[in-house]
Design a binder for this molecule. Structure first.
Ligand code: MLT
Ligand code: ZN
Length: 459
């Protein structure tokens, strides 16, 4: 970046809200993926008006601007591949309004997901999507990536809860989309277009979210299987039964082994582990559903079934799932974690296919994820210092994406495309649909200043 561009940028921000220090540039060079590239500067915005001034200037001078929340993304979506300015929105962190009667919460993009839940709890309400990084991720990032999580099968994903937005367009104009209403059939749905747009179309500065009453009864159980196909059958039968679990997570044989050997967890050896939770507004409602789950686990030949009798016991059952990713990551210095998703009936084929693919390359890997909505997280561990390992991981990932698309699935169920999945977009999308995405980006951001180089779109 030219010195005169930096001076112009500095003039828009207080001294403490602009940085080009080496430390900050390194800090903002990565997210939770394996991609790294430093920006030229970092700014911290306090208002939509300030974002607007920044974008006006960047648009005139052709400076890339990369909007960012907590940086917990797993696809390189906020890595500044073309340099430029990282726009940190974490200081825009106010919950502006909670209106229980209207069932909406209005928030700034930097509000941490868990803070919204904390604010809703005294009202007996919650925001249903449940990303794994909820303690630290921001709602702006959740909207920008259409984040999912463990409750997708029953409660859907972020997109299902966004009613409206305030967005700063690349030329600095400020636009409002959607409404505060529970429903609207009015005009083209620009709100939905921005959800999952990964910061390439505009900067989200305010979000109107739909909120729901929190179910007061929750029941948890865990089953271990000596055979992966039995676990697959259990998932399928639960989905065919007339109940709707709020959580149905699967951990494969490798994940169970890593938790036993690396995580010191007192689990028996098993080919698969299923964690299921049911919820409702009465104990009977949740217990009835869990009873059906237990019957199915027994009928499909589970080797061990544990029902939590107390919240503490439920928390103990959750430990294996919560520790899965971080325990496996300790096996090697680097890892890739994907989020391929298939129609739920194809889940057994995806599980088996991924195990075969990665097994063939002889790399350490685990496979876990959200069985209830067909979303798996293959996580492959390797060491960048050994180029042959990185090469094998690349090949395995190519094959995993090809398999998911062959099964009628999607490259990303919840993490987004970013850099990591950009080259694979043609595998999934109709060429004309891809062309339309590129045309939209050109129309809305003709100078390509917003998060350029992402999502596999031209230039
Ligand atoms: C999860 O569900 O745990 C995340 O989406 C993926 C991960 O942390 O690997
Ligand atoms: Zn996930």
């Amino acid at each position: 970046m030219r010195e005169e561009d930096k001076l112009a940028l500095k003039a828009l921000f207080k001294a403490e809200d602009f940085s080009d220090s080496h430390l900050d540039l390194i800090t903002y060079s990565y997210d939770a993926s394996d991609h790294v590239q430093a920006p030229d500067a970092v700014v911290w915005a306090a208002s939509a008006a300030q974002v607007s001034s920044l974008l006006k200037l960047a648009n005139l001078r052709g400076l890339p601007v990369i909007p960012r929340g907590a940086g917990t993304g797993m696809a390189g979506g906020v890595v500044p591949v073309r340099g430029g300015v990282v726009l940190d929105l974490c200081r825009m962190n106010r919950i502006l309004d909670i209106r229980i009667g209207d069932r909406v919460a209005v928030v700034q993009p930097g509000v941490v997901y868990a803070e919204l839940q904390k604010a809703l709890a005294p009202h007996g309400f919650f925001f249903p999507p449940d990303p794994a990084s909820g303690k630290v991720c921001t709602l702006g990032g959740n909207v920008a990536t259409n984040a999912g999580g463990i409750k997708g099968a029953k409660y859907g994903v972020t997109r299902d809860y966004v009613l409206g937005l305030e967005v700063v367009m690349p030329d600095g104009r400020i636009m409002r989309t959607g409404s505060h209403c529970m429903k609207s059939s009015s005009g083209l749905d620009l709100t939905r277009l921005f959800v999952g747009s990964e910061g390439i179309l505009g900067v989200i500065t305010e979000i109107i979210l739909k909120i729901s009453p929190r179910p007061t009864a929750v029941k948890t159980c865990q089953a271990l299987f000596a055979d992966l196909s039995q676990a697959g059958r259990a998932v399928s039968e639960i989905l065919h039964s007339a109940i709707l679990p709020s959580v149905m997570e699967i951990l494969d044989e490798n994940t169970v082994r890593v938790l036993r050997e690396q995580g010191g967890m007192g689990l028996p050896a098993a080919k698969a582990l299923l964690l299921v939770e049911t919820d409702g507004f009465t104990e009977q409602e949740a217990a009835f559903q869990l009873g059906r789950v237990k019957e199915i686990f027994t009928a499909t030949g589970a080797q061990e079934i544990k029902m939590a009798a107390t919240p503490q016991e439920a928390e103990d059952l959750w430990r294996a799932r919560r520790m899965a990713g971080s325990t496996a990551a300790q096996l090697r210095p680097n890892n890739v974690a994907e989020d391929v998703t298939v129609p739920v009936s194809k889940l057994p084929a995806l599980l088996e296919g991924i195990s075969q693919i990665v097994g063939k390359y002889g790399m350490p890997f685990v496979l876990f994820g959200h069985a209830g909505d067909g979303n798996l997280h293959p996580k492959i561990m390797f060491d960048h210092k050994h180029p042959e390992e990185a090469l094998k991981v690349g090949r395995a990932v190519d094959e995993i994406f090809a398999l998911a698309c062959r099964l009628g699935g999607t490259l990303s169920g919840e993490h987004g495309i970013g850099l990591a999945k950009a080259p694979y977009m043609p595998l999934e999308h109709d060429p004309l649909a891809l062309e339309m995405m590129g045309s939209l980006k050109k129309l809305w951001d003709p100078n390509n200043i917003l998060n350029p180089g992402k999502m596999g779109l031209p230039n």
